[in-house]
Write a protein that binds this ligand. Structure first.
Ligand code: A3P
Length: 299
């Protein structure tokens, strides 16, 4: 991987402003809004594979699993570049689109877009998409700490403030509720594998197998064990290609909190107050009642 490419993407991310705009009513960073026409007209190729999620749902984890499956468990190859270079994050930074457009197939691509904003090319090409969903309480807490650390996102203020922004969907990439429900409905019409973060924590081997089957890769148990080991929280936390330590503090200030922060189910209990939890449950029950979706907030 050309180090200049890494430098370019890091520079571009460093120049991002935290100003917000909207795309079809969904709050999005202004820098993404400016490039929206180019992003939306992105051209998929046969054989592309996509990882999609609401932010902080375990995207990087799934991305590493999928990359290793596509590389048939070759750990050396998985270390070829930082995760945001080897798996271009389509809507984030022009350089990601350039990398995606010039990289050889099969490509693994990342999006955080709500389903209605997905570039139509992916539906036309019947692209395989793995969607990762995480329970909203842990997602909220993880997103809050991420806002404090990611200098391209607006300052979240105190948790009390961010709590209301999250519940009302006034955060980057919009409402968690709309996101997970939109993708859940879409899975019956497209090639989408819907995976839960909590299931991955509970039994990563089982979930990796599901992804392997979905990607039509018949890998040996030995390879599966290698993928399992390399994608454990402990391994990923010390892997500079996935822990974002290659980004300068002007982009990700990991002195505030690590990107690989806790990697647990139920950390919300250490962060949300009793009254916030009651408010959250009320909103959750209202929004999710007829969704057919069931999230676990503890294991
Ligand atoms: P926490 O902040 O709760 O620790 P994303 O990649 O979508 O931004 O998600 C980041 C979240 O996934 C973080 O959650 C991070 O710690 C967690 N994560 C990343 N890799 C993981 C792994 N191998 N096992 C468990 N959790 C992981």
């Amino acid at each position: 991987m050309d180090p200049k490419v890494i430098e370019k993407i890091v520079q571009e991310m460093g120049a991002f402003s935290s100003d917000m705009g909207e795309i079809e009513g969904v709050p999005m960073l202004q820098d993404i809004c400016k490039e929206w026409d180019t992003i939306h007209s992105f051209q998929a190729r046969d054989g592309d594979v996509v990882v999609a999620s609401y932010p902080k749902s375990g995207t990087t984890w799934m991305q590493e699993i999928m990359d290793l499956i596509l590389q048939e468990g070759d750990v050396e190859k998985s270390l070829r570049a930082p995760c945001f270079v080897k798996v271009p994050f389509l809507e984030m930074a022009k350089t990601s689109l350039e990398i995606a457009n010039t990289m050889p197939s099969p490509r693994l691509l990342k999006i955080h877009l709500p389903v209605q904003l997905v570039p139509p090319t992916f539906w036309e090409k019947n692209t395989k998409i793995v969607y990762v969903a995480r329970n909203p309480k842990d997602c909220l807490v993880s997103y809050y700490y991420f806002h404090k650390m990611d200098q391209t996102l607006p300052d979240p203020g105190p948790l009390e403030n961010f709590f209301h922004l999250f519940l009302s969907g006034k955060v980057s990439w919009g409402s968690w509720f709309d996101h997970v429900i939109g993708w859940w409905k879409a899975k019956d019409r497209h090639q989408i594998l819907y995976v839960f973060y909590e299931d991955m924590i509970e039994d990563p081997q089982r979930e990796i197998r599901k992804v392997m089957t979905f990607l039509e890769k018949d890998l040996s148990d030995e390879v599966l064990q290698k993928i399992l080991q390399h994608t454990s929280f402990k391994s990923m936390k010390k892997n500079p290609m996935v822990n974002f330590s290659v980004l300068p503090t002007s982009v990700f200030d990991q002195s505030v909190t690590s990107f690989m922060r806790k990697g647990q189910v139920g950390d919300w209990k250490n962060n949300l107050s009793v009254s916030q939890n009651i408010l959250f449950d009320e909103e959750y029950n209202k929004r999710m009642a007829s969704s057919g979706l069931n999230f676990r907030t503890e294991l």
